[in-house]
Design a protein around this ligand. Structure first.
Ligand code: SAH
Length: 348
């Protein structure tokens, strides 16, 4: 299954918001047109019905691609790295060679640092209901449920992940607090205004429509609720710069194709989006230096005997993923990829 693009019509910022974006990259930095997008564009001249059909099938193909990717790769990741499918947070320039458990602690630290950055740790009594958008196998939900005594609902596109997440919740006697289901972050099956915390740990990368993704987080957040988006982005464009350099686009294209990342943006694009929705206490930070040891460590574990055997058993998507890891390191080293946290509060 090839990653397909959401047509640009689905990256649906209203026109006035588009022009207010400091950088139009939210709309422009999608992967180069795939045949799916071409079909849509050609169809556009023939009528809107054809456009809608092509758009729908392209979105469905993307959802399917992401689901299959995680159906295939989650078991391998869990076997080697445990139940958190995200970067660890490290002290910058730390030269200590960490053990496996040290890296797992760094992943927990990522959750803790994110909550602290967003000011949630001081308000923990207020956190009663949490949505974990793009929940993987539920590591964040179970951690947050245990920490705050909160109820967490996680959504993922992968049925394999949802089942595993629920099984782990049962095994850890947390099934009265946390549950997981297959649902799309862009059409969340929840009422408006019900979550004290809307949490997205490294799922924003997969969203074909960042504006819709953010709007859904805001819609389901309760008044006064916090929104936390932790995600890797491309670098912010400088003043007057219209797009990334061709070599940067090329590098990102190769990564995005393997990992099913249909559209990309910078952290300042996210900030602009949150500002356009009149959210409060908007904050962002660049944590690229804090995640630097992560991918080299993942590569080291993949190159162990156990890692290699598991990789070969897991299948082509995992192998392609592993071969793409050095590009992530290159992206960080060259400053094209930035690891960011963006947080805000929904007004009361
Ligand atoms: N947050 C988890 C997993 C990160 S992996 C963790 O930190 O462990 C990315 C996750 O995003 C996967 O679970 C994938 O299914 C989910 N995802 C990607 N696109 C999605 C979408 N449109 N709707 C819901 N989940 C999505």
């Amino acid at each position: 299954m090839k990653a397909t693009l959401a047509p640009s019509s689905l990256i649906s910022l209203p026109r006035h918001k588009v022009s207010s974006l400091r950088s139009p990259s939210l709309l422009l930095q999608s992967q180069r047109p795939s045949s799916a997008l071409m079909t849509t564009t050609t169809a556009a001249s023939r009528g809107s019905v054809a456009v809608t059909a092509a758009a729908t099938s392209s979105v469905e193909a993307l959802r399917e691609g992401i689901a299959e990717f995680y159906n295939e790769t989650s078991g391998l990741w869990e076997e080697i790295w445990g139940d958190h499918m995200h970067h660890g947070f490290y002290d910058p320039d730390s030269s200590v060679q960490l053990s496996d458990s040290g890296h797992r602690e760094a992943q927990i630290r990522m959750i803790e640092e994110s909550l602290r950055f967003a000011g949630v740790t001081e308000e923990e009594k207020k956190i009663k209901r949490v949505v974990d958008v793009g929940c993987g196998i539920g590591g964040s939900s179970r951690y947050i449920a245990s920490k705050f005594g909160a109820e967490c609902i996680g959504i993922t596109l992968s049925p394999v992940q949802a089942k595993r997440a629920n099984d782990l919740a049962t095994a850890q006697s947390l099934s009265h607090k946390v549950s997981f289901q297959v649902a799309d972050a862009l059409e969340q099956p929840f009422e408006d205004g019900i979550f004290d915390l809307a949490w997205s740990m490294e799922s924003g990368e997969h969203m074909p429509d960042k504006a819709k993704f953010v709007k859904e987080l805001v819609r389901v957040a309760a008044p006064g609720g916090r929104i936390i988006i932790v995600t890797w982005c491309h670098r912010n464009l400088s003043q007057g710069e219209e797009a990334l350099q061709p070599w940067e686009q090329n590098l990102l294209d190769r990564i995005c194709k393997t990992f099913y990342l249909p559209a990309r943006c910078s952290t300042s694009d996210y900030v602009d989006l949150l500002q356009s929705l009149s959210l409060q206490d908007i904050k962002c930070a660049d944590w690229s230096e804090n995640v630097a040891p992560f991918w080299p460590a993942v590569i080291r574990t993949a190159l162990t005997w156990k890692g290699l055997v598991s990789l070969l058993r897991s299948g082509m998507k995992s192998i392609k993923g592993a071969l793409t890891m050095p590009l992530m390191i290159e992206g960080y080293k060259k400053g094209v990829i930035k690891f960011g946290i963006i947080t805000c509060q929904k007004p009361l």
